[in-house]
Each structure stands twice: as C-alpha cells, then as structure tokens.
Design a protein. Structure first.
Length: 314
C-alpha cells in the first residue's frame, strides 16, 4: 500500500479543475454533402442516386457499393422511425426518409416518449435561422397533418455546393490533480503559498510536488515551503503568436529555479524590454514572482516574474 504523506489536515486539497480543448477548423464537405447542406437553407432535403440506392443526406459515394453519385434528387421531408433511444440529451432516432434506401440518425423532437414507436411517421423540423450546418434541419417530429410534397428543386439547378464549413470541436473535461498538485494549487490559490516535496533519499526538493523522486525513484517524504524567488537558468524571447497566450509577443520566457528547489519552472519575465533580455534576463539573473489578482489555483496565479536588482536581493 502506498502511503500518502498528507498535507496539514486543515488544508482543503483542490481535486480537479474544469478544462477545455477547443479546435476550430474548416471542413471540406465535398460536392454531395456540400449541396445537401446548401439546400437545407431552402428547406429542401437532397439525396444522391447510386444505381438503385438513394442516400439522404446526399453522399459522393455509396457506403455499401462504393458507387459514385450519378445524380441528385429532392426527397420528401417525411420519413419513418426505424429505431430510437432516449437519453439525458433527448431522443435520437434512426429515420428512413421516404424515397431513400438507407436510414440516418437525427434528433426526434416534440416527442411524447410513450407514444413513440418503431414505425412512427415523422416530418422535418427546420431551424428558424439557417446557419449552414446540419442543424439547419433541427430534427424530426411526429407528422402533424397530411403533408403534401411537391418537389421544387430541379436537380439540374441545385444550389452551389458549400466548399467549406467552419467547425469547432470542443471537448470539456475535468483535470484531476491528485494529492500532490492539488496541495500545491490549493496553497497557491488560498494563501499564495508555494510548496514542494523533498525526496527521502537524495533530498532533492521537487516542484511541482510528486509521489516519487524522478532521479532516484525514492518516495518523497516532506513538504517544504518555497519562497517565490529564484534564479534564471535560461531565457528566450517569444516572437510567435499562438492560441492560449496571455501576453502579446514579444515577451520573455524563462526557466527559473526557485531557491532551494532542484527543478525548473517555466514562466514569463515581465517588465523587461525584449531587446535587452539577452543580457538583462541572462542565466544567473535573480527574479521574484509577481502575483496576479487571479485566484485560479494554478501557477498562472503568478502573473509573471520580475527582475530583482542584485543589491536588493540580500
Ligand atoms: Zn531522490
């Protein structure tokens, strides 16, 4: 059994933080799906012909035979539920559109779950404002009245296919800290206190704290408060912009060894002209943390490090 040398009993350890990965990109839908999406704005459902198959949404190639689309056809915005499942976010159905040969998955809306069954007839529900995406077709709802369908689109005169569609993939998750990072980040957040742990064998002071020494692999054994003062080990001027930056380039990034620790911390050095950083923030320069007014429980609560004049660092 691993014994965790817990921090002081009155310290509330931060367990996790909310985190997010966000990836904006553009999707090139291809001709068939591009036409399908473009026609949704006109509240028309377009399928593609592949021999005897009609696929809705339109596809460039059949998923079963690989046959390329030989043409496009407007289909009625009505269909039949072939299967469905209900979860926390609503009901999803597998819907076979009239005139198509392969069903597809979409939301079922305005559904009374007890009245829904395989074979329920449904009709398209359109978004109030088209945005150029699949949800311009908001979903399907039970057929309210006799829907008469008259194709309006001449397949030879379809809207120009979308060449690209803007997408953002977003992943929300919780980043679990565990007892070591949790203790460090709680101290930073609530008391502006930086703590590392000492290896039981080689006595290196590790920051961020961890269960085992990464040099001799012995368990760590003792929490130690670390002053927010240290020495630059290396520095660099960042000129390139990238997502997630807190400062606009150019700014100075540095590896900093806080006094007493055996590990390096990467942070920014503020209040230094990047053009003279090579000498002003050279290895050996003394720096001190400047706390921000943020209390997020991370090392970003340190706004930046500032240079400490040699004579003031006695
Ligand atoms: Zn060690």
């Amino acid at each position: 059994m691993t014994q965790i040398h817990a921090p002081e009993a009155n310290v509330q350890t931060m367990d996790w933080m909310a985190a997010q990965i966000k990836m904006p990109y553009t999707l090139t839908p291809g001709q068939a799906t591009g036409i399908f999406l473009a026609e949704l704005a006109g509240r028309r459902l377009i399928g593609s012909r592949h021999g005897d198959e009609v696929l809705v949404p339109a596809q460039d190639f059949s998923g079963t035979t690989g046959e390329p689309a030989s043409g496009f056809v407007e289909v009625a915005p009505v269909g039949t539920v072939q299967a469905f499942t209900t979860g926390a976010h609503g009901t999803l159905g597998i819907i076979l559109i009239d005139g198509s040969t392969v069903p597809f998955v979409h939301q079922l809306l305005r559904i009374e779950p007890e009245s829904l069954e395989v074979g329920t007839r449904v009709e398209a529900v359109w978004a109030d404002e088209p945005t150029g995406g699949m949800l311009d077709l908001a979903g399907f709802a039970p057929l309210g009245s006799a829907t008469t369908f008259e194709p309006k689109a001449d397949p030879a005169d379809l809207a120009a296919a979308f060449q690209k569609v803007d997408y953002t993939m977003t992943l929300d998750y919780q980043h679990a800290y565990g007892p070591y990072y949790g203790t460090l980040f709680d101290g930073v957040k609530s008391g502006r206190r930086i703590r590392g742990v000492k290896c039981s064998n080689c006595r290196r002071l590790l920051l961020p704290p961890r269960a085992q020494c990464d040099v001799c692999l012995a368990p760590t054994a003792e929490w130690v408060d670390v002053e927010p003062v240290g020495t630059v080990q290396a520095s660099s001027v960042v000129h390139i912009e990238f997502i997630g930056q807190r400062l606009s380039p150019p700014y100075v990034y540095a590896e900093i060894v806080l006094d007493g620790t055996s590990t390096r911390l990467i942070h920014m050095i503020g209040d230094v002209d990047p053009t003279v950083a090579q000498s002003a923030a050279a290895p050996g320069a003394r720096v001190r943390a400047v706390w921000s007014d943020r209390h997020t429980g991370s090392l970003a609560d340190i706004d930046h490090f500032e240079l400490v004049p040699a004579e003031a660092d006695a």
